[in-house]
Design a binder for this molecule. Structure first.
Ligand code: SAM
Ligand code: DTB
Ligand code: SF4
Length: 327
């Protein structure tokens, strides 16, 4: 049964289980709700890079930090479509376009994004965008153009949010998620671990996600990529066991959701990633780059899939219908 009335204590009890017990339980839930042989392969492309006005402490694209990111205006439509075609040929079924914007504005750039969305949609790939805050009307326009999913992360708990970002609020994030949901777009929302948050903060973020009126269809779990020049560059590397614990808890409390092993794979061994799949992760970002930082190559990932007996999930497979228990 899918529940959206979890309490923080219940989630903490799952999160704090003995590790092997937690993995076993998550793997059991995974088998019941998902096809464990399949992993969704999404390709990311940064269509507008750097120069962002926000102060997200983890992000190499914030204009206020001096990082090695090459700032780039919005790409040309044809160029984006040729990347999408390559991603499809390599076996990707979801193409996610990222823009370093605080929010979408109703200008020519947005018109161009709409063209890109139509083009990628015509290639029979699931189109995803992540471009910052959206109004209800903008979400509707994206849906009408063929956007399948929108990524907008909560990143951390409500309590810890102000330590990481001061240029917008948690409530702003939730509002955009609501606009996305209302427009009929699939919701992709998760967060990052390794920001200096406590275990309670991680539980708090999972609480907010799992008590939304409807669970996000996908929840990315990112390990902080420590980028030189950002305020978090000297944070400790995320412990793989923390990643596994987070993925397993997300899998148990949101069983019908795709849980994505997102940023941080470049620093993980195949054995470590296998543990994450065992614990219920069933989606990855593929391609040599995430938005601006390195990621394993398609070939390395396909070799990993062969080794582990996994295969890429087909596009447009409907997520299992949720039956929610009332609050
Ligand atoms: N600007 C839009 C926004 O913030 O929603 C979309 C792009 S933004 C780069 C997308 C997400 O990438 C962020 O919400 C954050 O979760 C993730 N991200 C950014 N930098 C990261 C890093 N260094 N390590 C891990 N995840 C990161
Ligand atoms: C998400 O949760 N992770 C992706 C995607 N959504 C947009 C982004 C990760 C970015 C990592 C840092 C970078 O490459 O710039
Ligand atoms: Fe801008 Fe998004 Fe990076 Fe924040 S995470 S600085 S909003 S690109």
């Amino acid at each position: 049964m899918i529940r959206n009335n979890w309490t923080k204590d219940e989630i903490a009890a799952v999160y704090n289980k003995p590790l092997l017990e937690l993995i076993y339980e998550a793997a059991t839930v995974h088998r019941k709700y998902q096809d464990t042989a399949e992993v969704q392969v999404c390709t990311l492309l940064s269509i507008k890079t750097g120069g962002c006005s926000e102060d997200c402490a983890y992000c190499p694209q914030a204009a206020r930090y001096t990082t090695n990111v090459d700032v780039h205006a919005l790409m040309k439509t044809e160029e984006v479509l040729s990347y999408a075609a390559k991603a499809k040929a390599a076996g990707s079924t979801r193409f996610c376009m990222g823009a370093a914007w605080r929010e979408v504005r109703d200008n020519r750039d947005f018109d161009r994004v709409i063209e890109m969305v139509k083009g990628v949609n015509a290639m029979d790939m699931e189109v995803c965008c992540t471009m910052g805050m959206l109004t209800e009307a903008q979400a509707q326009r994206l849906y009408d153009a063929g956007v399948y999913a929108y990524n907008h992360n909560l990143d951390t708990s409500e309590e810890h949010y102000g330590e990481i970002i001061t240029t917008r609020t948690y409530d702003d994030r939730l509002k955009t998620l609501n606009h996305v949901r209302k427009a009929g777009i699939s919701v992709c929302s998760g967060g990052i671990i390794g920001l200096g948050e406590t275990h309670e903060d991680r539980i708090g973020m999972l609480y907010t996600l799992s008590t939304l009126p409807q669970h996000p269809e996908s929840v990315p779990v990112n390990a902080l990529v420590r980028v030189k020049g950002t305020p978090l560059e000297n944070n400790d590397k995320v412990d793989i066991w923390d990643m596994v614990r987070m993925i397993a808890t997300a899998r148990i409390i949101m069983p019908a959701t795709m849980v994505r092993l997102s940023a941080g794979r470049a620093e993980m061994s195949v054995a470590e990633q296998a543990l994450c799949f065992m614990a219920g992760a069933n989606s990855i970002f593929a391609g040599e780059k995430l938005l601006t930082t390195p990621n394993p190559s398609f070939n390395e990932d396909m070799a990993m899939f062969d080794l582990l007996g996994l295969k890429p999930r087909a596009a447009f497979k409907e997520e299992k219908k949720e039956v929610l228990t009332p609050h």
